[in-house]
Design a protein around this ligand. Structure first.
Ligand code: VG1
Ligand code: CO
Length: 553
C-alpha cells in the first residue's frame, strides 16, 4: 500500500448549498469529482494553508462516516476511506455497510467525541443511477458545518492541484470490527446503537411499551430509505410494535424509484392508508436520510409548523424535557405558530435562515432546546440535526401521556392559540436566469410595497431577510424576501439551495385565525388571496409559464 500524490484540476460549482454539496450521481462519478471535494475538506480541516504541513491538524483525529444508502454510497465510502488514510486521519467510525442516518451520525459524533463526520446523502432528493448524490460535513458538535467552513471548503476546491490517496484495496465495510488502512484504523460500527441510547434517555420507553401492548397501532413509512433500520430496531424491536408497523423499511439504492420526501404529495400512500376505515391510530414518514418527519393522525395531516408549536406547548410531558425548554427556534419561513406558544410560556424564540446549520450556535450556547422548519424538520438539543424518528417518538410519547389522538391534540392547540394556516408552493425546474430575474425584480420592488393594499391586506413590512447570529455575531444576508401584512399574514419568496436541476422557487404562505369557528377551512382556501398577492407582486405565472405550482405542501 502506498500513498500517492495525484495531480488534479478544480471543478466549477463545488459550493455547498443549504445542506452540503448535491449533484447528479453522474456528476459525482466524474473522475476526481468526489476526491477533489473531500481533499478540499481535509485541506481546510487539516489547516493546510495555515501550517503548510498536510495532515497536521487531522493527526490523531477520529471521523465518523456513513450515508443513507443511495446509489454510489458504497463506492464513495471506499474512496473517502483511502483519502482519509492518506491525509493522516487516525480513525474512522464507519456505519456497517456504509450506512448511517443523518441524526445518528450526529449522535455518534457527539457520543464518541469525534472530530467530525462525513455524511453521504442528498436527503429527500431521488436516488438511483440517474438520481442525486450528496455529501456534507458535520463538525465536532455533531452539526452541519457553518458558513465560514463551507465557504473555506469551496474556496479550496477552486485552487486545488493535488490529491492524497492511498492505493490500498477496497475494505470490508459490512462486517463489524476494526481493520487497518495504511496508518488509519477503520472501525465498522452498528449504526443504530448510539442513536437508540440517546432515544432511551429522552422518552418513556416503558409507557410506550404499555401503549403498544394495549393495541395502539401505527404505520411508519421509511420510504425505502435509511430510517427503516432505525425504526424497526426501536419501534418494533425495542418497543414491541407488531412486525410490519414499519413499512418500506429496507433501504434501497433508488428508494424504490420514489421521491423519499415525507410530505402529503410524495408520501401519498401513507396519507391514503391513514384515511382508510381501518387506519392505524398513528402514521408517520421519514425522508431519505431520516432527518425529516411527517406526522399523520387518522385522516388528519399535521403541518410541520404546528408540530413544532405543539411540541413546545407539551414538552414538559416528555421525560427528556420535563424541566422545561431553554428556548425555541424556527427557520424564517416556518409559521409563527411556535412564537405564540413561546410568548405564552415566556420562552426566548429565535428566527433563523433556512437550513439546520443556523440552529447549531443556539443549541450549543444553551439558548434553544427545540428547533423546527416548515420543511418537515424538527429536532432538539439531543443532537445537532433535525431528527425524524425522534419526532415520531415525541408524538407517540405525547399521545401515551395525554391519551389523546393526533387530531384532538392539534384541534385543542388551535383552540388555545389560534390556527396559523400554512402552505408552501414550489415551482420546480424553472430556468435559472428566469428565477434569478424574478427574485432580483422582487427585491427591487420592495421599497414601494409597505402601505400598499391587496384586497383585505396591507403590507406592513417588505424586506430581504438578514440574520445576525446572536452567539457569534456572524451576518447572513439575502435569506429570502418577506412580505409581512398588518394582520400577521406573511408571504415569503426564496430559491431552493438543495435542488440539482434548474431552479426551484419556494413561496411560503401564512395567515392567522383566532376564531375556532373558522379552523376548518381548507388551507388553500384560507390562503387563496395570499396566493393571488404573491403572483401579482412577483409575476410568477407570467415569468415561469407555470399556471400552478409543481408541488403544494
Ligand atoms: C430544503 C428545506 C430546508 C432544509 C433543507 C435540507 O432547503 O427548505 O428547510 O433545511 O432542504 O433538508 P432548500 O434550500 O431546498 O429550501 V434535507 O432533509 O434535504 O437535508
Ligand atoms: Co433529510
Amino acid at each position: 500500500m502506498t500513498i500517492h500524490m495525484l495531480p488534479t484540476q478544480p471543478f466549477d460549482g463545488q459550493r455547498p448549498g443549504t445542506s452540503g454539496l448535491r449533484k447528479k450521481v453522474t456528476v459525482f462519478q466524474q473522475p476526481h469529482y468526489l476526491e477533489n471535494f473531500v481533499q478540499s475538506l481535509f485541506d481546510v480541516l487539516g489547516g493546510l494553508e495555515a501550517t503548510g504541513q498536510v495532515g497536521q491538524a487531522l493527526h490523531g483525529k477520529t471521523l465518523v462516516l456513513g450515508g443513507d444508502g443511495r446509489f454510489h454510497n458504497r463506492a464513495a465510502v471506499q474512496t473517502i476511506l483511502k483519502l482519509a488514510a492518506a491525509n493522516g486521519v487516525a480513525k474512522v467510525l464507519l456505519g456497517q455497510g456504509g450506512l448511517m442516518s443523518t441524526p445518528a451520525a450526529s449522535a455518534v459524533i457527539r457520543a464518541r467525541q469525534a472530530f467530525g463526520g462525513i455524511i453521504l446523502s442528498a436527503s429527500h432528493n431521488p436516488g438511483g443511477a440517474d438520481g442525486d448524490f450528496g455529501i456534507k460535513y458535520n463538525a465536532s458538535n455533531g452539526g452541519p458545518a457553518n458558513e465560514t467552513l463551507t465557504e473555506a471548503m469551496y474556496a479550496r476546491t477552486q485552487v486545488l492541484t493535488q490529491l492524497r490517496l492511498s492505493d490500498a484495496p477496497d475494505l470490508d465495510i459490512d462486517t463489524l470490527g476494526t481493520r487497518q488502512l495504511e496508518q488509519m484504523q477503520v472501525q465498522v460500527i452498528d449504526p443504530v446503537a448510539d442513536y437508540a441510547a440517546v432515544m432511551r434517555g429522552l422518552f418513556d420507553f416503558e409507557l410506550l411499551r404499555g401503549l403498544l401492548k394495549r393495541g395502539f397501532t401505527l404505520r411508519v413509512d421509511a420510504m425505502h430509505a435509511i430510517g427503516g433500520p432505525y425504526a424497526k430496531a426501536i419501534l418494533e424491536g425495542e418497543l414491541g410494535a407488531p412486525a410490519g408497523s414499519v413499512v418500506n423499511a429496507t433501504p434501497l439504492e433508488d428508494f424504490g424509484g420514489l421521491h423519499p420526501d415525507p410530505n402529503p404529495v410524495n408520501a401519498q400512500n401513507l396519507i391514503d392508508n391513514m384515511a382508510d376505515a381501518h387506519a392505524p391510530d398513528f402514521g408517520a414518514a421519514m425522508d431519505g436520510d431520516a432527518d425529516r418527519n411527517m406526522i399523520v393522525g387518522r385522516n388528519f395531516v399535521v403541518s410541520p409548523s404546528d408540530s413544532l408549536a405543539l411540541m413546545t406547548a407539551h414538552a414538559k410531558l416528555i421525560p427528556g424535557y420535563q424541566n422545561g425548554l431553554l428556548g425555541v427556534a424556527r427557520s424564517m419561513p416556518t409559521s409563527a405558530a411556535v412564537d405564540r406558544v413561546a410568548k405564552a410560556l415566556g420562552l426566548p424564540c429565535f428566527e433563523t435562515p433556512t437550513g439546520w446549520k443556523f440552529f447549531g450556535n443556539l443549541l450549543d450556547a444553551g439558548r434553544a432546546t427545540l428547533c423546527g422548519e416548515e420543511s418537515y424538520g424538527t429536532g432538539s438539543s439531543h443532537v445537532r440535526e433535525k431528527d425524524g424518528l425522534w419526532a415520531i417518538l415525541f408524538w407517540l410519547n405525547l399521545q401515551a401521556a395525554t391519551g389523546q389522538s393526533v387530531e384532538t391534540l392539534v384541534r385543542e392547540h388551535w383552540r388555545t392559540y389560534g390556527r396559523n394556516y400554512y402552505s408552501r408552493h414550489d415551482y420546480e425546474g424553472i430556468d435559472v436566469e428566469v428565477a434569478q430575474g424574478l427574485m432580483r425584480d422582487l427585491r427591487a420592488a420592495l421599497p414601494a410595497l409597505p402601505g400598499q393594499t391587496f384586497g383585505a391586506r396591507t403590507v406592513r413590512l417588505a424586506d430581504d431577510f438578514a440574520y445576525t447570529d446572536p452567539v457569534d455575531g456572524s451576518v447572513s444576508r439575502a435569506q429570502g424576501v418577506r412580505l409581512l401584512m398588518h394582520d400577521g399574514a406573511r408571504v415569503i419568496f426564496r430559491l431552493s439551495g438543495t435542488g440539482t436541476e434548474g431552479a426551484t422557487l419556494r413561496v411560503y404562505l401564512e395567515c392567522y385565525e383566532s376564531d375556532p369557528a373558522r379552523h376548518d377551512i381548507p388551507a388553500q382556501q384560507a390562503l387563496a388571496d395570499l396566493v393571488a398577492l404573491a403572483d401579482q407582486v412577483a409575476g410568477i405565472r407570467a415569468r415561469t409559464g407555470m399556471a400552478t405550482p409543481s408541488v403544494i405542501t
